[in-house]
Design a protein around this ligand. Structure first.
Ligand code: 5GP
Ligand code: MG
Length: 171
């Protein structure tokens, strides 16, 4: 399926560098752990941490949402196999995209429950007009229109994650 470019490699690189500066300033002298949500945020994680010049740890968490066959309600399942030790740490939760907000809101609660000292959120992308759970990301790469996007970690049916840019998948 054709992919129409939306954010170029260089735009993303510049934005990641700017976010890195911000995070560095905000977390100086604090025990930072970046918890990345698998799998979509892997590329953003790799690029972002190389722009942050203060000590930090990284951890991973997996969350899958299942839509009921007969209802539109979604259930979020958090995979405890990756449960990071965040006790007393300042956690920055990183996801690829903020859509309805359900995933991020649930993960913030979860990380708090696991004993983190603070929890903030960072997203590469935020879609306009889709949010149902009120959550304001502390760091946001780009605000994008309501379209299905792929690349730079984001998939369609597990493909397209390796594209170095973000594009709109036309179907
Ligand atoms: P939320 O819980 O905010 O509705 O869902 C966020 C998750 O839905 C993201 O982590 C991502 O996996 C998926 N998602 C939402 N919109 C898109 C999109 O445009 N493209 C892709 N590839 N995934 C999306
Ligand atoms: Mg995801």
């Amino acid at each position: 399926m054709p992919v129409e470019p939306l954010l170029s490699e260089s735009e993303i690189r510049d934005r990641m560098a700017a976010l890195g500066r911000q995070i560095e300033d905000d977390y100086r002298d604090r025990p930072l752990t970046i918890v990345a949500v698998l799998t979509g945020s892997l590329i953003a994680l790799a690029d972002l941490i190389r722009q942050i010049r203060i000590p930090l740890r990284i951890a991973l968490v997996q969350a899958s949402s299942y839509r009921g066959a007969t209802t539109s309600a979604t259930t979020l399942v958090i995979n405890e196999a990756f449960a990071p030790d965040v006790t007393g740490r300042d956690v920055l939760l990183l996801d690829d995209i903020l859509d309805t907000g359900q995933t991020l809101a649930a993960l913030v609660r979860h990380i708090h429950d696991r004993g983190a000292r603070s929890v903030r959120t960072a997203v590469l992308l935020r879609k306009v007009g889709r949010q149902v759970v009120p959550i304001e990301p502390d760091y946001c790469g780009f605000v994008i229109p309501d379209a299905f996007v792929v690349g730079y970690g984001l998939d369609y049916d597990d493909d397209y994650r390796h594209l170095p840019y973000v594009g709109i998948l036309s179907q």
